[in-house]
Design a protein around this ligand. Structure first.
Ligand code: 13P
Length: 254
């Protein structure tokens, strides 16, 4: 499985951080630092920051994404935002199935599948998150968990649509904890995801699939993680809120 076939994607996930003014300032800081990146650079930001972020990033190599979207085009879903609305704004990326949505907001594999469907129908590129809890890792069922999450999320996704899917492997125990998976652990699960996608869509599709690692990736450990044959980028939380750190990670992927 040839890593050279894939262009790495470094994506920030700002989570519930940054006001629109702060978003603008941070992107202005980042722009010159990542201008020479030889990878795709994406920042996924809170809904209220999208407009300011898109304006700040205009003309640069930074692309903007949202952190979630609803599965319906519109309707009585107070507080939700549809993929169609993101499309109308010109937002190209959306994260779906982040473990914080699964953990705190009742997201299930089934709702993840519905959101993926809506995002693809709206023409967006999806960063689909999968990952196991510590207890599941200790039980030795990491691969089973991640394979099932992947298969359910991709239910109904065509081979053509798969080209607009990035999968982010994020072990829940490594998120925001400072505990990173070892490079070997990250590569092992990323590889398992690629094998799973290969079973569903064939080798060519699996070879082309970008599989990121996420979970306490930072300026210090990015190089080793990104050097792994099945790690094609990162989904970065905390370190994406610091321009210098984020640009080091982008540099490590380039
Ligand atoms: P941290 O990089 O802060 O651990 O967050 C990872 C993450 O959840 C990205 O989606």
């Amino acid at each position: 499985m040839n890593k050279a076939l894939r262009r790495p994607v470094i994506a920030g996930n700002w989570k519930m951080n940054q006001t629109p003014a702060e978003a603008k300032a941070l992107i202005e800081q980042m722009k010159p630092l990542v201008a020479d990146a030889d990878c795709d650079v994406v920042l996924c930001v809170p809904y209220v920051d999208l407009q300011a972020a898109m304006e700040a990033a205009e003309g640069s190599n930074i692309r903007i994404g949202a952190e979630n979207c609803h599965w319906a085009q519109k309707g009585a879903f107070t507080g939700e935002v549809s993929a169609e609305m993101l499309k109308a704004m010109g937002v190209p990326y959306v994260i779906i199935g982040h473990s914080e949505r699964r953990q705190y907001f009742g997201e299930t594999d089934e709702t993840v599948q519905k959101r993926v469907r809506a995002a693809l129908d709206a023409g967006l590129t999806v960063i689909l998150c999968v990952g196991e809890y510590l207890q599941q890792r200790e039980q030795g069922i990491t691969e089973e968990v991640v394979r099932l999450q992947t298969k359910i999320a991709l239910g109904g996704v065509s081979a053509e649509e798969l080209k607009r899917i990035i999968i982010a492997y994020e072990p829940v125990w490594a998120i925001g904890t400072g505990k990173t998976a070892t490079a070997e652990q990250a590569n092992e699960v990323n590889h398992a995801i690629r094998v799973c996608v290969g079973e569903l869509y064939g080798k060519e599709a699996a070879d082309a699939l970008v599989v990121q690692y996420g979970g306490s990736m930072n300026a210090g450990n990015a190089k080793e993680l990104l050097a792994q044959p099945d790690v094609d980028g990162g989904l970065i939380g905390g370190a994406s809120l610091k321009a210098a750190d984020f640009s080091v990670i982008v540099g490590a992927a380039s």
